[in-house]
Design a protein around this ligand. Structure first.
Ligand SMILES: [Fe+2]
Ligand SMILES: [Fe+2]
Length: 280
């Protein structure tokens, strides 16, 4: 499902909830026009992904209802969808501020076939959540923490840090939901384990990538930096959590630690601890 962000000319007005001043000339003196366009396009693409995440959490809340999830998990799904609306607004705001555009969210293509496919199927819902939530959201959160740290504009730094914390909480929510679903049957547990085992092969080798300086102060990261961050988040957050929850054997555990993944690890650890206190 590819979300749509129409070209500025197709829109009537910019989103009224955008948190930034579109006419702010902040970047005019430090970025060339080409760089501003490149950065604005990047943030418009980020906005598309955030926009798609609103739909993902809306679908996930229905999927959770279809398999009898607790009201606590349903609350978290809806809160996460609202967070993604805010992330869309923030990303659109940065894109528009960078290039004086008026990008806003367009109509999202929703296929009935895709939406209906997993309802009531615990195994399908759990494996998708393990992949998209436990793994992808965890890796994404660590990247946004890094971006926030390197943003040049103090307002963007604060906004992105809040986005990163939300993403870490979304990952934690996915871990909680998957833990619950896996506890319902050995088959679901085995299917979730297979997702982690399969992905583990991808992260076995240390990445041989070099980092090229890019426009990190406006959020653009080169592929080498992205790969390193993803590997670090996999080894320092995803692996130990999957081992702790019994989805992978302890031979997979990683002993290394690094500060840039600590906020993600903390959010997940807190959520899982509260999950053990409440019986879900
Ligand atoms: Fe998001
Ligand atoms: Fe998210």
């Amino acid at each position: 499902m590819a979300p749509i962000l129409n070209k500025p000319s197709l829109y009537t007005t910019a989103d009224s909830a955008l948190p930034l001043n579109v006419s702010d000339p902040l970047f005019e003196n430090v970025l060339s026009e080409e760089e501003r366009t490149k950065a604005a396009d990047y943030w418009a693409k980020v906005a598309m992904m955030e926009h798609a995440s609103v739909a993902s959490f809306s679908r996930f809340s229905l999927e959770l209802m279809s398999v009898g999830a607790s009201t606590e998990l349903l609350t978290l799904a809806h809160q996460a969808a609202l967070d993604e609306v805010r992330h869309t607004q923030i990303s659109l705001g940065i894109a528009n501020q960078l290039n004086s555009t008026t990008f806003t969210a367009g109509s999202f293509p929703i296929s009935r076939k895709v939406v209906d496919s997993a309802f009531g199927d615990m195994e399908k819902i759990a494996t998708a959540a393990a992949l998209e939530g436990c793994i992808e959201e965890t890796l994404a959160a660590s990247i946004v923490f890094y971006q926030a740290e390197h943003m040049g504009d103090p307002n963007h730094k604060v906004l992105l840090r809040s986005v990163a914390l939300d993403e870490a909480n979304h990952a934690a929510f996915a871990w909680r939901a998957v833990q619950w679903m896996a506890s319902t049957s050995p088959e679901v547990h085995a299917a979730v384990s297979a997702v982690f085992s399969e992905r583990a092969q991808q992260y076995e080798a240390t990445p041989q990538t070099s980092s090229v300086p890019t426009l990190q102060h406006v959020g653009l990261l080169d592929q080498g930096t992205m790969t390193k961050l993803q590997h670090a988040a996999w080894h320092q957050v995803v692996l130990p959590t999957a081992v702790a929850l019994g989805f992978l054997p302890s031979s997979f555990d990683s002993q290394t630690t690094a500060s840039n993944t600590a906020p993600v690890a903390d959010a997940i650890a807190r959520a899982l601890a509260s999950c053990q206190r409440a019986s879900m």
